[in-house]
Design a binder for this molecule. Structure first.
Ligand SMILES: Cc1cc2nc3c(=O)[nH]c(=O)nc-3n(C[C@H](O)[C@H](O)[C@H](O)COP(=O)(O)OP(=O)(O)OC[C@H]3O[C@@H](n4cnc5c(N)ncnc54)[C@H](O)[C@@H]3O)c2cc1C
Length: 407
């Protein structure tokens, strides 16, 4: 069944029975167990671990991961349906789950068999919450400029030069800090990017699997955010945290590639959650205009406002279509860099415009923190910034287009 904000068929067109079941399960969970507390959790900046635990019980915490690592093996299109439902109910919960999956994907691809078992299994089951740790005080869009250092150590604790073979390395000692890390400090497992040699730029960046409670790893300031306030975010501080070589993900110098490939997947997920924000804004606005009267008639009879509803529907439908196409490209095993940038940029801008329209259509009620309408606008704004700002996505798309255009 289509939701009120979905044109019949568009949301379900071409879905398998399995994908429809996944969407319906996610919709029921999101509307019954997530949406009712969304305004209160946002107001109190309260993270509710029980929601994540329920996601685990429903199999959502590993839904798009392959069965070989304990995941449910759903298509990525199926995953976007889950994210749309969560985004429509509560973007903070959607981001918590999206980041959790973002931190797992690279372990599926680049992890060893032992890492699949001891690192991934509890995360897939929803017993351990993940975080993805790239941004630093001096390195946001320019992530390759990160400064967190990973000093290579031999078994006796002596330092090994950056150009010596990695087979001699027994552990890495992390020094530095990360900011804006979603799910911190609640997360249990952190995918951390650090450099073994800053002079090598992106080629020095290496990925590490770091557990909460590791000596030398602690949390700093809590980010005080405009939106998605029920999804925590905090600073991480590494003050000589020793990470065994077995907890390095992939090879030395592979970290930047690992980060970019994970983000390409994560951006489709965020795009889908933004479609959910837009759908929620549209559905609530369409209902409100029919209930609210002014000048003796329902607002829904005013053509200017009807046109706004139509424009909102157009934005949501176009964002959803592009997001699904990006997910289908991933399911077909095609390159997704450009698709995921197009989808995330389009869907987050659409969510921002549609949520802003919803505030306007609701008038004073839209501006009130009681109704949850202004929350949609605050939540959409963040999605134009994280997982690559929308300016960075313009740059990625332009680079791809120019590269394939011969002169
Ligand atoms: C709510 C939220 C959650 C986040 N969660 C995480 C997380 O879980 N993990 C994590 O690692 N990070 C996270 N981040 C950080 C996020 O990824 C960065 O904020 C983002 O990459 C931008 O970096 P910056 O803030 O340093 O801005 P800057 O890079 O300093 O950019 C400032 C401005 O300059 C523009 N700009 C920069 N470079 C260019 C360019 N080449 N061309 C055109 N314009 C440019 C930007 O678009 C922006 O408008 C989160 C951020 C937010 C807001």
């Amino acid at each position: 069944m289509a939701a009120a904000g979905e044109p019949p068929g568009l949301g379900a067109g071409g879905l398998t029975a399995e994908e429809r079941l996944l969407r319906d399960t996610a919709r029921e969970f999101a509307q019954r167990e997530v949406a009712p507390t969304a305004i209160e959790r946002d107001e109190a900046e309260r993270f509710d671990r029980s929601i994540f635990t329920r996601m685990g019980e429903l199999g959502l915490t590993g839904a798009p991961l392959p069965e070989s690592v304990g995941g449910a093996g759903f298509s990525y299109l199926g995953w976007t349906l889950v994210m749309e439902e969560l985004g429509a109910a509560d973007m903070a919960s959607a981001v918590t789950l999206s980041v959790h999956v973002l931190s797992q994907y690279p372990v599926v691809t680049f992890g060893t068999a032992a890492q699949h078992t001891d690192w991934l299994a509890p995360m897939v089951a929803g017993e351990a919450l993940g975080a993805f740790c790239l941004t630093e005080p001096h390195a946001g869009s320019d992530a390759a400029a990160l400064r967190t250092r990973a000093v290579r150590l031999a078994a006796d604790g002596s330092e090994i030069a950056a150009d010596a073979p990695s087979t001699d390395v027994a552990s890495y000692r992390l020094h530095g800090s990360k900011i804006w890390i979603s799910n911190a400090p609640e997360a249990d497992r952190y995918l951390v990017f650090a450099t073994i040699d800053a002079a090598k730029g992106p080629k020095g960046i290496t990925a590490f699997l770091v557990e909460k409670g590791t000596p030398g790893f602690r949390f700093g300031a809590h980010e005080r955010k405009m939106g998605i306030r029920a999804c925590p975010a905090a600073e991480l501080i590494f003050d000589g945290a020793d990470i065994p070589a077995a907890r390095r993900l992939g090879d030395e110098g592979q970290g930047y590639r690992i980060a970019l490939s994970a983000l390409a997947e994560g951006r489709i997920s965020i795009a889908a959650a933004c479609v959910g924000i837009g759908r929620s804004a549209l559905e609530q606005s369409a209902a409100y205009l029919q209930q609210r009267t002014a000048f003796g008639a329902p607002l829904a009879e005013l053509q200017g406002l009807r046109f706004t509803i139509a424009e909102m529907a157009r934005e949501v439908a176009a964002a959803r279509a592009l997001t699904h196409e990006a997910a289908r490209a991933k399911d077909r095993g095609e390159p997704i860099g450009e698709w995921s940038s197009l989808a995330k940029w389009t869907a987050s801008d659409a969510a921002m415009r549609v949520a802003t329209d919803a505030v306007q259509l609701f008038g004073g009620s839209g501006y009130s923190r009681e109704t949850g309408i202004e929350r949609l606008m605050r939540d959409a704004k963040g999605a134009q910034i994280y997982e690559g700002t929308n300016q960075v996505h313009r740059e990625i798309v332009a680079r791809e287009v120019l590269a394939r255009t011969s002169i």
